[in-house]
Design a protein around this ligand. Sequence first.
Ligand code: AMP
Length: 281
Amino acid sequence: MEIFYTQADLQKRLEYLRLKKQSIALVPTMGALHKGHLSLLSYAKEKAVVIICSIFVNPTQFNDPSDLEKYPRPIAKDIKFLKDAECDILFLPSVTEMYPADEPEWHVDLGPLEQIWEGEHRPGHFQGVTQIVYKLFQLAQPDVVCFGQKDIQQIKVIEQLIEIKKLRVRLIICPTLRDSGGLALSSRNKHLSNTAKLNATKIYESLRYIKEHLRSTPVSQLKKEALKFMTSQEGFDVEYLAICDYETLQEVSVIIPDRKHVALVAVWLDDVRLIDNMFLD
Ligand code: AMP
C-alpha cells in the first residue's frame, strides 16, 4: 500500500494511474477503522481498480472541541488494517495540508437538510463535511465514492453537493455493519462501558420494532412506544427519534404508500453520542 501525506504527491500518482485508464474509488474516513469501514473498501473494490482510503479527522465538521480532541487516532493500527485489507493507497494529510492559512470561506446551500436532525444538533457540521469531501473529490477525482448508510443524512448532503457542483462521481451507499447484538459499529463505541454497550442494543431493537409494526400501528404510537422502550434503560438520553420520508428526511405523521421511509435516531449513552437509522420499506 502506498501512503501519501500531501495533495501534490497524491495528485502526481493519480495522474499516472488515470493515464493508464485505471478507475478510482475513494473511501473517505476519519480513521479508528473497524469492520464497517472494511465493508466500504470491499464495495469499492467491486466498483473500481484502484482503491484510495483517506484518513483525516476533519476539524471543520466538529462543533464540539472536546469531541474533536478525544476522537481516537490509532494510526499505526489503521495502517496495518488497510494493508491487510489490500487497500492500494492511503491518503493521510495533516490539518495544515488540507486547510492552508489562506483558506477561503466555504458555504454550500444545503436547504432544509441543514436545519434538521444532525444539522440542528451539530450546527455547521454539514458545511464542514461538504468542505472536506469537495476537497477530496477535487483532488482524487474518483469514479466512485463509497459512504455508509449509517450516516444517512450525510449521504443526502453529499448527493446534494454532487448535484450543486455538477460532479461526475458515482455514490455507492453501503449497508450498516453491526455487532452481534445489533449495535452499529462506530469509532465512538470504544468510549462505551460494557453495560452501556449492552444497553445500546436497544437502539437497534427499537428500529426493528418500528420497521416490523409500521403497517399495523399509527406512526405517533410507534414513536411513543419505541421512545419508552429506549428511555427505560439507565443513562439513555434520546436526542431525536423520527420516522421520515426517505427522500427529504422530513418527519412524517402518516406512512405514504409508494414512498420510502427511514427511521432516524440519535442517543446519548455514557457521554457518547450514537446515531443509527433503518430503512423501513
Ligand atoms: P467515519 O470514519 O466515522 O467518518 O466513517 C467513514 C465512513 O464509514 C462513512 O461513510 C460512514 O458512514 C461509514 N461507516 C461508519 N460506520 C459504519 C458501519 N457500522 N457500517 C458501514 N459503514 C460505516
